[in-house]
Structures are given as C-alpha cells and as structure tokens.
Design a protein around this ligand. Structure first.
Ligand SMILES: NC(=O)c1ccc[n+]([C@@H]2O[C@H](COP(=O)([O-])OP(=O)(O)OC[C@H]3O[C@@H](n4cnc5c(N)ncnc54)[C@H](OP(=O)(O)O)[C@@H]3O)[C@@H](O)[C@H]2O)c1
Length: 283
C-alpha cells in the first residue's frame, strides 16, 4: 500500500518522501510538474487541484493507504479538496494528514472546512498547524536581501514567532501517516523558541560573522518594497497582512507536539542557521 504525498515538489512532502524511502515504505509524489520536477528519481505523478481529470492518476499506481495534503493557492480551496477526499475514500483511503496553518479552526472557511469534513466523514486524520517555516529564510527573496544587502525587511516589528523547521513538520507528518495508532486531532507544530526578527538577525550575524539588520517597515512601506521587488500586489498585501498580525503576537505560542510525536526536540534556529550558512554567503 502506497502513501500519496500531494505538494510533491514542496518543502514538506520531499522531506516526508526521504523518510519513507529510508524506511522502505512505498510512496508516490504528486504535483502539477509531477515526474519532471522530483528529486532522487522518486516515483511521481502529475496532479493538479484545478484540473479534476488529473485526480484519478495517483490511484492507477496501486492501492493508496494514506494521503498527505495541503491547500492549493486558489479561491475556496476547500471545495476541490473535499471533492478529492470523497474520491479517495471511494478508492479505500481512510487516513489523511493535512498541513494547514495557525489560523485554521474546525469549520472555518479555509482549511477548517477540510478539517470539518474529516470529522463528519469519520476518517482517520491529523491536521498540522505549523508556525512560520525557518526555510522561508532560504527562499530566493530572503536569500537575496541577506546575502546582497545584509538586511531582512518585515512588518513584524517586535512580534514573536515560534519558527519551526520543515524537517520537524515533515517528521510529525511522517508519524501521522505511518504510526500504528492514528491521532485524529490537530497539532500546533512549533519550534523550540519564540523569536523576533531582531533575534533572527542577531543569530544570523553571529553565525555569518557580519552584521545582519532587521529593518522594521510600516505596512505601506512593506507592501511598496515587495511590489518593487516584483511581488504581485495581491501577494504583497497577503504577506504584509500576516506580518502585521505577527507584530501583534498572533503567532506567539509554545508547545511540545514535535517532541511528543517524534520523540526528539524541534531544531533550534541557531542549528538551522549553521546548517544553511553557505546559502547566505555575502556576494
Ligand atoms: N511557509 C510558511 O511559513 C508556512 C507557515 C504555515 C503554514 N504553511 C503552509 O504549509 C503548507 C506546506 O507547504 P510546503 O512548504 O511543503 O509546500 P511548498 O514548498 O510551498 O510547495 C507547494 C507544493 O504544492 C504544489 N502545488 C501548487 N499548486 C498546485 C496545484 N494547483 N495542484 C497541485 N499541486 C500544486 C507545488 O508543486 P507544483 O508547482 O509542481 O505543482 C509544490 O509541490 C502550505 O499549505 C503552506 O501554506 C506555510
């Protein structure tokens, strides 16, 4: 029986795939780019949430026992997701792991609607609600501003965020997909410390041996800067909105889900920074 990993070229699914591969458990990665974009020759299939005719393809590779999923960036994403879950149930799938976010709440528009559907249909499920990924700092935008300008621009002010590594999120997901018991609950997946971006900049300065500055922008300035950097107006406003929420400590939380589920503590930002310091080399 195979574990289907949607978002198959993304940060979390690729890490879950590595763990499944190491454990000798069959899996199949699925995303719009499919086999063209997967690493390590992992098995993959093309799948697009917006093209319903692609949804049956994963099941043509053999029986699927569990599915890892996340939302597509589209309007009312829960509508195709619920429809797909019902198709998967008809194909015999009875375990779903959903990677959502801090704002998800049962029944609330967004991933809360999918979560509610798990409960209503009585399937085994686990909803992961990670805080912000440490790996955002190794995405091209932040790599550019850190390596070229020695700066991080945000509208988070002194907001505290329990940054978590995608390694830990993937490890929690791995357990939720494969453990003998099922969880049927949500987990706040959080890093070991709540950190301001000032603290992130201070740690990067220590690790990189040069001063990295956190530049605190107001909301209008943040939107303008993102748009000037080539980000769409819509996405610039989205990022700024969540940063402004974080400025009010919306993300601030502590919890032990990583250690409880995986048996090991979550990675610290210092360790993450050491592991990735070559990415931010001055250029
Ligand atoms: N970054 C953060 O700080 C943060 C914090 C909390 C929660 N989250 C949430 O965590 C989840 C985990 O994402 P991740 O980081 O593992 O993913 P990711 O790295 O953002 O990658 C997204 C994946 O989805 C696929 N995809 C995009 N549109 C698709 C479509 N229409 N149909 C099928 N596949 C599609 C992409 O592959 P193709 O391009 O090949 O389709 C890719 O594999 C996301 O839902 C994110 O919103 C993120």
């Amino acid at each position: 029986m195979t574990i289907l990993l949607l978002g198959g070229t993304g940060k979390t699914a690729t890490r879950i795939a590595a763990s499944l591969s190491a454990a000798g458990k069959p899996f199949l990665l699925a995303s719009r780019r499919g086999p063209d974009a997967v690493v390590n020759g992992y098995p993959a299939v093309k799948f697009d949430w917006t093209v319903e005719s692609t949804w049956a393809a994963p099941f043509e590779h053999g029986p699927v026992e569990a599915i890892y999923m996340m939302e597509p960036q589209s309007d009312q994403p829960w509508i195709p997701m619920i429809k797909f879950i019902d198709l998967a149930r008809k194909k015999g799938v009875n375990r779903f792991v959903l990677c959502a976010g801090t704002t998800a709440a049962v029944g609330k528009d967004g991933m809360g609607r999918v979560w509610e559907h798990f409960i209503k249909t009585n399937v085994n499920f686990c909803v992961l609600r990670p805080s912000w990924f440490m790996e955002n700092l190794i995405e091209p935008g932040l790599v550019y501003t850190i390596s070229k300008l020695d700066k991080i621009f945000t509208a988070t002010q002194n907001g505290q965020i329990p940054f978590v590594s995608a390694d830990d999120i993937a490890d929690v997901a791995y357990h939720a997909l494969t453990d003998g018991k099922t969880y049927n609950c949500d987990f706040r997946v959080l890093g070991p410390q709540v950190l301001t971006y000032d603290k992130i900049a201070e740690t990067l300065s220590e690790v990189l041996g040069r001063k990295i500055e956190h530049v605190k922008l107001d909301e209008a300035g943040r939107i303008e800067g993102l748009v000037q950097a080539g980000v769409s107006d819509y996405y610039a406003r989205f990022i700024t909105r969540i940063e402004a929420l974080a400025a009010q400590d919306f993300e601030k939380a502590t919890g032990d889900a990583v250690e409880k589920v995986t048996g090991h503590p979550p990675k610290s930002f210092k360790v993450f920074a050491e592991e990735n310091k070559a990415v931010w080399a001055s250029s």
